[in-house]
Design a protein around this ligand. Structure first.
Ligand code: SAM
Length: 210
């Protein structure tokens, strides 16, 4: 193990996951919907707690790993709205939430393509938006996300380092280009205050200026 990978492991394992998280993670891997890492998940829980986020949107439910982190940071009255195109992923997520003892009234799972569902969600109504679905669509999720955030709210994008490809100029595929574009757009948007957290595959978080 290199010193760099040992440090990464130290960061990712700082907050060990309980059995419910481990089960959801294993199910996500089985279903091919890669769950957020433990470091990124802890950052989501931190944000939900710091913002006292009562209304959260997640784009890309997967098998529920990121949702478990978000819900555990939100107040008990908080509701997670989560969008995914795959019914079997949302079924697994529902099971994970139940295993964690989360009341079904705290989750609103919407099945559908994100770009068809997002226009129906209310402007300036959400404290936190988490993006983890189809990578080439990230730039469009940004536009919807900023519209939906209340002033002072935060948008977070997973996978912005895209397995290191963002810094290799030879790589020009659609997903890599979208990750570069999202980083640039958040930096250049006067409405946002962004930072890239190098946790897992990279979590870009940006606060909407009040
Ligand atoms: C990386 S996984 C999400 C993992 C989840 N956030 C977690 O940490 O457990 C991406 C998810 O996005 C969903 N997805 C892909 N394209 C989508 C789209 N256009 N609209 C909505 N969901 C989509 C997939 O079905 C998959 O469940």
């Amino acid at each position: 193990m290199t010193p760099e990978s040992a440090l990464r492991e130290y960061v990712e394992q700082y907050l060990p996951e309980d059995d419910v998280h481990l089960e959801a993670r294993a199910r996500g891997e089985q279903l091919g919907c890669v769950p957020i890492g433990a470091g990124g998940g802890a950052a989501l829980r931190f944000l939900a707690t710091a913002l006292q986020a009562k209304a959260v949107v997640e784009i890309g439910t997967g098998a529920g790993t990121s949702g478990l982190y978000l819900l555990s940071g939100m107040p008990k009255s908080g509701v997670l709205t989560s969008i995914d195109v795959a019914p079997e992923h949302q079924r697994a997520a529902r099971e994970a939430y139940a295993a964690a003892g989360i009341s079904p009234s705290r989750t609103r799972l919407i099945m559908g393509k994100a770009l068809e569902v997002l226009p129906r969600l209310t402007d300036a109504a959400y404290d936190l938006v988490f993006v983890d679905a189809y990578k080439p669509e990230y730039p469009q999720y940004l536009e919807h996300g900023v519209r939906m955030l209340r002033p002072g709210g935060v948008i977070a994008f997973d996978n912005v380092l895209w397995h290191g490809k963002v810094v290799d100029p030879k790589v020009k595929d659609e997903s890599t280009q979208a990750m570069r574009e999202i980083a640039r757009s958040c930096r250049d948007d006067p409405r946002l205050v962004p930072v890239i957290l190098p946790l897992g595959d990279g979590l870009l978080v940006a606060a909407r200026r009040p």
